[in-house]
Ligand binder design. Structure first.
Ligand code: FAD
Length: 410
C-alpha cells in the first residue's frame, strides 16, 4: 500500500486553519501544522481587545486542541520555521527539520515599519501580533493611569494618540479607541475631556480603494467620535513624543500606533522565488510557488488575485479562501486530479466603527450601518470563533481520554 503523503502547513492563522480543516476532512494525508505560537490570533477582533471590550481568550483559538480534534493524522508542532530546504523537502525550525511531501506556507505578514521613516519602529506600536496588541493596551492604560494619578494632569496638557494609516485596521482601532475614551470620560468625571485621536492618512479619504458607502460611513462616524483625520499627509520621522509630517508640521503625541501597510512574513526573505514590493510571493493560478516542487502559499504571504485578476488587499477573507483552495489543490495533486484555478471572491467588507456601530457592504447589494451592522458583523465574527471553539472542545475531550498534552490556557 502506498504511504500516506505528509503535508506540512506552516502558520496557523486564517489561511493555515482553513487549509488544516480541508486537508483533515479528506483523510488522505498526514498533516503537520507548525506555528511559532500555540494559538490562532483573531486579528480581526484586535480592536475589541485593545478597547477592553473582550479578553485575550476571545481573540485566540488553541491550535493544540484544534489539531487534536482531527485525530491521529494531524499533529501540531510549536516551532518557528527559519528556512526551507526545498531540495531535500524539509522546513527548518529552531531545533529540528520537518520533512514534507507537500508544503503550504501561510505565515502571513508583519507591520511594515518603513525604514525610510526614521524612528518609526522604535517609537510606535503595531497590532499584528497578540504580544504587540497586549503591550500596546497595557502601556496605553498605564499612561492613562499616570495622567489620572497626577493632580491636574488632565487639565494641563492634552493627551494625544496618533494612528498612522487609514486602512481597515487603522480605522477600526481609531474608532474603537475614540469610543473607549468617550466612555472612559463619562465614567470618570474627574478627567478633563482633553484626549485627542489623530488619524494620519496619505490619501484624501480613509479606507482608500473600498466602496464609497463604507468610506462615507467611516468618515462620518470617525468625525462624530472626535477623531481628527489629517489627510494627504505622510509621516517623515518619529521621535519619542513627536512626529514630523511631510509638510513640516510637528505633532506631539503620548502614544502612537502604526498600521500603514504590511510586508510579508520574514520567511520570504530566505526564498529566491519572485516577490512583489511587499515581499509577497508571486504564486501561480493554482497558488503554487513557482520553482519549488509541491510548495504552495496562501493568505497574506502571497500576492492574491480576485476573479477578474485584480490584486486583492490582505484580508482574513482572502486568506481563508486561498487556504481552502491551496489545500484542495494539494489534495488534487495527491490524487492525480486536475487542480482548480484560485479565483478568490470578496463577498463584502465589514468595518467596526466603535461601540455598537459597524458599516457593512455584502454581495454588492446589501448595505447596512449602525447597530444592525454591528450585530451582523458580530454574528459573522463570533460564528467563526464559535465553530473553531466547538471543534477545540472535541480535541480537549480526546486529549483527556488519551492523556495527550494539551494547552488549555488560551
Ligand atoms: C487590527 C487588524 C484588524 C483587521 N481587520 C480585518 C477585518 O475586519 N477583516 C478582514 O478580512 N481582515 C482584517 N484584518 C487583516 C487580517 O487579519 C489578515 O489579512 C489575516 O490575518 C491574514 O491571515 P493569514 O493566515 O495570512 O496570516 P495570519 O493570520 O497573520 O497568520 C499567520 C500565522 O503564521 C505564524 N507564523 C508566522 N511566521 C512563522 C514562522 N516563521 N514559523 C511558524 N509560524 C509562523 C503566526 O504565528 C500566525 O499564527 C485585520 C488585521 C489587523 C491587524
Amino acid at each position: 500500500m502506498e504511504q500516506r503523503k505528509r503535508v506540512v502547513i506552516v502558520g496557523g492563522g486564517y489561511a493555515g486553519v482553513k487549509a488544516l480543516q480541508t486537508l483533515a476532512a479528506s483523510n488522505l494525508c498526514d498533516i503537520i501544522l507548525i506555528d511559532q505560537h500555540p494559538y490562532h490570533y483573531l486579528q480581526t477582533e484586535a480592536y475589541e481587545l485593545i478597547a477592553n471590550e473582550c479578553s485575550m481568550s476571545r481573540v485566540t483559538i488553541d491550535l493544540v486542541a484544534l489539531s487534536l480534534s482531527y485525530g491521529e493524522h494531524v499533529t501540531f508542532i510549536k516551532d518557528t520555521v527559519r528556512e526551507i530546504d526545498f531540495e531535500n523537502k524539509c522546513a527548518s525550525g529552531q531545533n529540528s527539520c520537518h520533512p514534507y511531501d507537500y508544503l503550504l506556507l501561510c505565515t502571513g505578514s508583519r507591520t511594515a515599519f518603513h525604514s525610510t521613516i526614521a524612528g518609526l519602529r522604535e517609537h510606535s506600536h503595531g497590532v499584528k501580533t497578540l504580544p504587540s496588541a497586549l503591550s500596546f493596551k497595557h502601556q496605553f492604560e498605564q499612561r492613562l493611569y499616570a495622567r489620572m494619578e497626577s493632580e491636574g494632569g488632565w487639565c494641563g496638557e492634552p493627551f494625544n494618540v496618533v494612528i498612522g494609516g487609514g486602512g481597515l485596521s487603522g480605522v477600526e482601532i481609531a474608532a474603537e479607541m475614540a469610543y473607549y475614551i468617550r466612555v472612559f470620560h463619562k465614567d470618570n468625571t474627574l478627567t478633563c475631556e482633553d484626549i485627542h485621536i489623530f488619524l494620519i492618512i496619505p490619501h484624501e479619504n480613509v479606507l482608500e480603494g473600498m466602496e464609497r458607502y463604507l468610506i462615507q460611513k467611516a468618515t462620518r462616524r470617525l468625525t462624530q467620535l472626535g477623531v481628527k483625520i489629517i489627510n494627504h499627509s505622510r509621516i517623515t520621522s518619529v521621535e519619542e513624543h513627536t512626529l514630523i509630517l511631510d509638510n513640516d508640521d510637528v505633532l506631539c503625541f503620548d502614544f502612537m500606533i502604526f498600521t500603514g501597510g504590511i510586508i510579508a512574513s520574514t520567511l520570504t526573505s530566505t526564498m529566491t522565488t519572485a516577490k512583489n514590493k511587499k515581499s509577497q510571493i508571486i504564486v501561480d493560478e493554482y497558488l503554487r510557488v513557482p520553482t519549488y516542487n509541491g510548495v504552495f502559499a496562501a493568505g497574506d504571504i502571497a500576492e492574491l488575485r480576485g476573479v477578474e485578476g485584480e490584486l486583492l488587499p490582505p484580508t482574513a477573507q482572502s486568506a481563508e479562501q486561498s487556504g481552502t483552495l491551496a489545500a484542495q489543490n494539494i489534495l488534487a495533486m495527491i490524487e492525480n486530479r486536475e487542480m482548480r484555478c484560485a479565483k478568490i471572491r470578496i463577498e463584502g467588507m465589514m468595518v467596526a466603527l466603535g461601540g455598537n456601530y459597524a458599516a457593512i457592504s455584502l454581495f454588492g447589494v446589501i448595505r447596512i450601518s449602525g447597530l444592525l451592522g454591528y450585530w451582523v458583523k458580530r454574528v459573522i465574527m463570533r460564528g467563526y470563533r464559535y465553530l473553531l471553539h466547538r471543534q477545540c472542545i472535541k480535541g480537549m475531550d480526546k486529549s483527556s481520554k488519551t492523556k495527550h498534552r494539551c494547552h488549555t490556557g488560551f
